[in-house]
Write a protein that binds this ligand. Structure first.
Ligand code: 6PG
Length: 257
């Protein structure tokens, strides 16, 4: 791992090694949070890299290392499809992880992005988060223990897409968005104001198709409207980029050496 201008970047040989490291770190963070605060609140992401990580967490030996009854699950974004649809982020996380561990159902907070009124569903999700943390739903956002995010090759993260209005959001915790060129287009996403309150953020990026964008994000100018993942800068938390060698292949050696 290297500290580069305040950034932590860990490079792994391939997506498998990255997923293993991310799963092991999930366990460490979960154990630490449960020890100090009695529970572990985690924001899950969609995408292919996290799926492998979830599958590892759902199997021995990692499954036995976490007290799942104290885990509280949220999502960073959701597509406008029913929860049993193959494109649903909830469905993916359920099949890969949640169906294999015992988390109390009232601690699983899915985003109801299939609702016809998505703006209302986004407001409801903000209130649901507030209730789970016992904080004012119109006040300062709470701090998740861990936020997992991916990055698309257009520089989006969660469903914060280039040049979208959600990128400019400075107050609401969850908003409804239309994703450009990415089916299914209608989504709900958490916003930078709440994501950046997290205690820990892990950005999982694998694959050659991400290499040029990753270089622009980590070494290029700060242009979060064009590359929204640059909005992710924890206020007080720790953020680590977990990347594989293919995704890191365009970075200057000094950044990852
Ligand atoms: C989504 C995700 C999205 C994802 C990136 C990276 O619902 O689409 O939350 O932000 O993390 O697109 O996805 P991959 O890991 O599959 O490349």
């Amino acid at each position: 791992m290297l500290l580069h201008g305040g950034m932590n970047i860990s490079v792994y040989s391939d997506a498998g090694a990255l997923s293993r490291a991310a799963a092991e770190e999930f366990v460490q963070l979960a154990r630490g949070s449960i020890r100090s605060r009695g529970r572990f609140s985690v924001v899950l992401s969609g995408g292919s890299t996290p799926r492998r990580m979830y599958e590892l967490l759902a199997a021995r030996p990692l499954r036995e290392s976490v007290d799942w009854s104290r885990v509280e699950v949220f999502w960073g974004d959701e597509r406008g499809v029913p929860p049993d649809h193959p494109d649903s982020n909830f469905h993916m996380a359920s099949a890969a992880l949640l169906e294999h561990v015992t988390i109390p159902p009232d601690r699983i907070h899915r985003i109801r992005a299939e609702a016809p009124d998505r703006a209302a569903a986004a407001r409801d999700y903000q209130l649901e988060i507030a209730r789970a943390f016992q904080v004012d739903g119109a006040g300062v956002p709470p701090s998740f223990d861990l936020v997992l995010l991916g990055m698309g090759n257009d520089g989006h993260t969660a469903s914060l897409f280039p040049n979208g209005e959600a990128v400019l959001e400075g107050r609401r915790w969850a908003v409804s968005v239309e994703a450009p060129q990415r089916p299914p287009p209608s989504r709900i996403t958490l916003t930078a104001p709440i994501l950046n309150r997290a205690r820990d953020i892990r950005l999982l990026v694998a694959g050659q198709d991400k290499a040029v964008t990753l270089r622009a994000v980590l070494q290029g100018p700060h242009q979060p409207r064009r590359t929204p993942v640059q909005l992710i800068e924890p206020e007080n938390g720790r953020m680590i980029w977990l990347v594989d060698e293919a995704a890191a292949s365009e970075l200057d050696k000094a950044v990852v050496a």
